[in-house]
Design a protein around this ligand. Structure first.
Ligand SMILES: Cc1ncc(COP(=O)(O)O)c(C=O)c1O
Length: 382
């Protein structure tokens, strides 16, 4: 079917209201981009020279220990995975000093975001979050037919006071990305404590700590330590970022065991595959890889900030493994020029930030390459 035919068929289906609800008819699918090897071929760049700075992945790749564990488990690919995720949950429980029953695994933290909405946000109940923030919060709510209220960022930061004012009797769930994607900014321990004090205890607060391991600010809170025992707090973490396992899709949530029980009722019995579980267990043991990955990002952030500053560009201070760069001009042509050179960065139009780009922090060689390509693109666009 051509794209025109598909558009026509979708419009027909939406008009008739027979195929899907209006909520789903109003959505557009998350755009995952084309496979990177195909992009490299299209651009005429050798695949290993394509610089992927658009998805906040770990430029060092997975830990060698995780790769070895994953390879071993391929031998058992004919056997269903452990649907209870026993080994990994036990390891995480020990690591975080929480009961095993308080941990739920997901096919990426994305799946947990979606399950949380489907499980806990009923008819007529709403979701509150910020914008621009992680787009999947909105998609998950829309797909479930639930209304979302957005508090605009203030100076690129979550404005928790405005968010609290959006919470009313209908609010069931709040999403807070800390650090936030796409800005890299964070809410402090004090701000979060004040927010939690202010909103009713009936509201579930999901603290999405996908970039937790990168954050070094003194007042950056650790949801699993600083707010331990809060009955309605859910902390999400992922193996996609610092652990370099984005392709295996695995993340986890820590919350009150009663909530895990209800998620268990809703989730697919074998939602997390055995290779991912094994790789995650091994990744947790590789402290060296974790340390090197954090250091690479801290050094890279400093390098990029300095280099971009020298080009007269400002960045939003980041506690994550990416930087939001203010170009102060339409960013799309720059994104295209970088792409033509085999460098993929995030076009921020979908986040209503059309004059910025988001760059994942890479290794030194990667950072120098992107800096030089940005310098060239700026000169060419004069
Ligand atoms: C804030 C935030 N949360 C969650 C995710 C999703 O991670 P996962 O790969 O675990 O689904 C991302 C990925 O970009 C993210 O930026």
């Amino acid at each position: 079917m051509s794209s025109d035919e598909l558009a026509w068929a979708l419009a027909e289906a939406a008009r008739s209201e027979a195929l899907v609800s209006q909520d789903i008819a109003s959505m557009t699918p998350y755009s995952p981009g084309r496979p990177w090897r195909a992009v490299a071929a299209e651009l005429g760049v050798p695949a290993d020279e394509l610089l992927m700075l658009h998805a906040n992945e770990n430029p060092l790749g997975p830990s060698p220990k995780a790769k070895a564990a994953a390879a071993r488990h391929l031998e058992e690919a004919h056997v269903y995975p452990d649907g209870g995720g026993t080994l990994l949950r036990e390891k995480l429980a020990e690591r975080h000093q929480v009961p095993v029953e308080s941990i739920c695994l997901g096919n990426g933290s994305n799946e947990l975001i979606e399950m949380l909405v489907r499980t806990f946000v009923g008819h007529g109940e709403t979701v509150v979050t910020a914008w621009p923030s992680f787009v999947v919060y909105r998609l998950a709510a829309q797909a479930a037919g639930r209304e979302v209220l957005f508090a605009p960022l203030r100076n690129e930061r979550y404005d928790l006071a405005t968010m609290a004012s959006l919470v009313d009797r209908r609010t069931k769930l709040v999403f807070i990305a800390n650090p936030n994607n796409p800005t890299g900014t964070y809410v402090t321990k004090r701000q979060l404590a004040a927010f939690l004090d202010r909103i009713p205890r009936s509201v579930i607060v999901v603290l999405d700590e996908a970039y937790f391991e990168y954050a070094v600010a003194d007042d950056y809170p650790n949801g699993l330590v600083d707010f331990r025992g809060h009955p309605r707090l859910v902390v999400l973490r992922t193996f996609s970022k610092i652990y370099g396992l984005a392709g295996l899709r695995i993340g986890y949530g820590v919350m009150d065991p009663t909530m895990v029980h209800y998620l268990d009722c809703v989730r697919q019995p074998y939602n997390v595959n055995s290779v991912a579980q094994a790789a995650a267990v091994a990744a947790l043991d590789d402290e060296d890889h974790l340390r090197t990955s954090v250091q690479t990002v801290r050094d890279g952030l400093a390098e990029l900030e300095k280099g971009l500053g020298a080009l007269g560009l400002q960045v939003v201070p980041s506690q994550a493994n990416f930087l939001l760069v203010r170009l102060e001009r339409e960013a799309a042509p720059i994104v295209s020029q970088l792409r033509a050179k085999g460098i993929l960065v995030r076009d921020m139009r979908g986040y209503d930030l059309p004059t910025t780009i988001r760059l994942t922090v890479g290794t030194r060689a990667m950072n120098l390459r992107v800096l030089s390509a940005i310098e060239q693109a700026l000169e060419d666009s004069l």
